[in-house]
Structure formats: C-alpha cells, structure tokens
Ligand binder design. Structure first.
Ligand code: MG
Length: 159
C-alpha cells in the first residue's frame, strides 16, 4: 500500500464580539476569530494537512488572504477543495487526528457535532476522525485567551 502523511497547523487571534467557528460549528462565546475568512482554525489546519500529504501547496497559496473572494469565507470551501485534490491524486483518508488548543471555552460538548460535520464534508466515517481539546496551561497569548491554535495529522492511502 502507498501511504502519505500530512501535517497542518493554524492559529488565529480572538477578539470580543466576533464569531467563533470550529469545524464549521458556531460556538456561542464572547470572543471569536480575527481572520480574513471565518477563521476556522481546525478546518485551516486540516486543509493544510490534506494538501501537504499530496504535496499540493498550502492553504495560503490556493486561497490567498489578499483575494476578496475569501473575505469572511466559509472555510468548508477550502476543505471541500482540498479533499477533491486528494481524491484526484488517487488517495483516501485513513484517519485524522487533531488537537485544538484554547483556554476557553471547553470544546467537550461540541466535539461530536464538529466530528459529524467534518465527516459529512469529507464523506468519510466519523470513526476516522479524532479530536482533542487542550488548554495552554495559561501560558502565552493562547493561555491568556487571546488566541486559539489547531494541529492536525492526516494519513492517506492509495488503493
Ligand atoms: Mg487560518
């Protein structure tokens, strides 16, 4: 079997009165992402992991934040495009393992919804996606609640 692994990382600043979207799910919270698009750190990291696994550039090259098309864009657009590219290269997703690092809010009650939504967009089983919510132990800007980050690893196989 032919395997490919991809890694993705993203971080955005948080500000009061903005929308907090993670994995396409709107999470009610006093702060939200400062970003050109909707700022979905999980979808951005996942998009980069998928593109990286097939060696097809990165999210910034494909969807530049200087492009007005992507202003306030729903990040599922980037994800849909990246899975299309992965399948065009003949690969399928074996599994996705992800970390979301934020001091607040607790993501526990939203995890199931995020996984379900992501699985639907990618057209894969929910059991192939694993998500971990972590705090930054009050360290740095993430620890102060001024930012949130996501790390994603993806394994692809060619049949
Ligand atoms: Mg981003």
């Amino acid at each position: 079997m032919d395997f490919r692994v991809g890694i993705g990382y993203d971080i955005h600043r948080l500000e009061e009165g903005r929308k907090l979207i993670i994995g396409g799910v709107h999470i009610p919270f006093e702060k939200g992402w400062i970003a050109h698009s909707d700022g979905d750190i999980f979808f951005h990291a996942l998009t980069d992991a998928l593109l990286g696994a097939v060696g097809y550039g990165d999210i910034g090259e494909l969807f530049p934040d200087t492009d007005k098309n992507w202003e306030n864009a729903d990040s599922s657009i980037f994800l849909k495009e990246s899975i299309k590219i992965v399948r065009e290269h003949g690969y399928n997703i074996q599994n996705i393992d992800a970390v979301i690092i934020m001091e607040k809010p607790k993501l526990k009650i939203y995890k199931e919804k995020i996984i379900k939504n992501t699985a639907e967009i990618l057209n894969i089983e929910e059991s192939k996606i694993f998500l971990k919510g972590k705090t930054n132990e009050k360290i740095g800007e993430i620890g102060k609640g001024n930012a949130g980050a996501s790390q994603v690893v993806v394994l692809l196989s060619k049949n």
